[in-house]
Design a protein around this ligand. Structure first.
Ligand code: PMP
Length: 441
């Protein structure tokens, strides 16, 4: 056999390079072995940046925290006060509707569909929005994978790394996660009973020239506040004056305890295509369907639709067909009435349980809809310890800190009340006990 002369040092160096790249591993006394996992730091560094922003209490990133919550939810017998989902006992009804939806749409199920979503569904959404005081055409709607995707599409379109963006404080932590990932700088404007503090907003619009205002205008997550009509007008006027687009998130609109719309969306007042509006069926039907929608008008429509094409081509046709079937024939309106009644009972039960089990130093909101109570605890209490111990007793709760852009620790709990009356009583009793314990500690 022909032999090739290679300097021994070259081989040693080559092995060192392979080892540094994580492709081989040395085992002293045994030689070199091909690695099971290819995961050296250099190799990884070529890929998308991981999130650097961490929640101060736990040191976790947003995604780690979401993963932990979703994982914990899988446990049997867990009481989930942590995420927002509808309280419905209608799985038989759902099954019937889903079956019918699939039977009626066999022609569309075996091909790709439109990126903006099925026309029938967009027509139905347009009709629903009209009932809420927002007149748009189906051509101004994009069906998305939950409203989370709507947030992501719009934020990617409006923002560049380093830009300033305005959010309410507290605000939906999922939006904060996307913003952190985009590398933008976030300004938090405190909520008042009427909506975000507009004096502060104007100061920041003037001094920082932000590129986007993110607002949850109706039944805000987590405070439950609905931005008043006059506030909506002023907010829009300010945004127009400073040429700053608004992203209006209306995920909870359908969940007001009154069946009449609480207030027309800010988008309904918009004559200059400055507002992008998003909402979802996750909070009313099933979060797992992942059907949300974005309303975007004028020149902004096409680029946001292109983002959608690049991300996932289109949303699930099966999910869209199920939602569409639900919206047909008045099911949805009747269903929402039943849902609101369930939620109102649960909210009342949670308020009673808080009165009964929580110490006098705690206080909470009384929302007129949505899914959450926002519970303020005394300054200095370890919310992290309460959440951790609650989880060990199979109660999942969200710490207030997650809802602030600086993630610096905030003494509050966000509790989802859409649970059974028995779970509410049992879960709030445990939480009350823990709050007492850590007050004294
Ligand atoms: N916006 C707000 C305010 C929310 O609370 C949520 C869900 N918690 C979402 C958007 C996203 O929900 P989905 O993607 O399921 O529509």
């Amino acid at each position: 056999a022909a032999s090739v002369g290679v300097n021994k040092l070259t081989i040693v160096e080559a092995y060192a390079v392979l080892e540094a790249d994580g492709l081989i591993q040395s085992r002293p006394g045994a030689g070199y072995f091909v690695s099971n996992t290819v995961s050296s730091p250099q190799w990884r560094s070529h890929f998308a940046p991981t999130q650097k922003v961490t929640i101060s209490e736990t040191g976790e990133t947003f995604c780690e925290q979401i993963m932990a919550t979703l994982q914990a939810q899988q446990q049997k017998d867990i009481i989930n006060f942590s995420s927002g989902f509808p309280l419905t006992q209608e799985s038989a009804n759902f099954q019937r509707i889903a079956k019918r939806a699939i039977a009626n749409s066999t022609d569309t199920l075996f091909r790709y569909d439109l990126p903006q979503g099925q026309l029938v569904l967009r027509q139905q959404i347009a009709q629903m929005l009209l009932n809420q005081g927002l007149e748009v055409s189906p051509e101004e709607i994009i069906v998305t994978n939950g409203s989370e995707q709507g947030l992501s599409l719009a934020m990617r379109y409006y923002l560049q790394p380093g830009d300033w963006v305005i959010v309410e404080t507290p605000t939906y932590h999922g939006a904060l996660g996307i913003l952190a990932n985009l590398g933008v700088k976030v300004i938090g404007i405190p909520m008042t009973a009427e909506g975000m503090n507009l004096e502060l907003l104007e100061q920041y619009l003037c001094s920082h020239r932000p590129k986007l205002i993110y607002t949850i205008s109706t039944l805000h997550n987590p405070t439950g506040i609905t931005t008043s009509q006059t506030h909506r007008q002023k907010l829009l006027a300010l945004a127009q004056q400073y040429e700053c687009p608004i992203l209006e998130d209306n995920a909870y609109e359908a969940l007001n305890f009154e069946s009449e719309p609480v207030a027309a969306p800010i988008k309904a007042l918009d004559r200059s295509d400055i507002v992008t509006y998003i909402s979802t069926f996750s909070k009313t039907l099933m979060p797992g369907l992942r059907v949300g929608y974005t309303v975007v008008t004028g020149k902004h429509y096409q680029p946001i639709l292109e983002q959608k094409i690049l991300q996932d081509l289109h949303s699930s046709t099966v999910s869209q067909a199920i939602v569409s079937e639900f919206l047909a024939g008045g099911h949805y309106r009747r269903y929402l009435n039943r849902l609101r009644t369930n939620h109102l009972h649960s909210r009342n039960a949670m308020l009673q349980a808080l009165e009964r089990y929580f110490p006098a130093q705690a206080s909470w909101t009384i929302p007129q809809g949505g899914l959450f109570l926002w519970v303020h605890l005394p300054e200095g209490i370890s919310v992290q310890a309460i959440c951790r111990e609650a989880l060990s007793r199979k109660i999942l709760v969200a710490s207030g800190t997650a809802f602030f852009p600086n993630h610096q620790g905030y003494p509050a709990l966000r509790l989802n009340f859409s649970n059974s009356l028995a779970d509410i009583d049992r879960g709030v009793a445990v939480l009350g006990e823990l709050v007492q314990k850590y007050l004294v500690a």
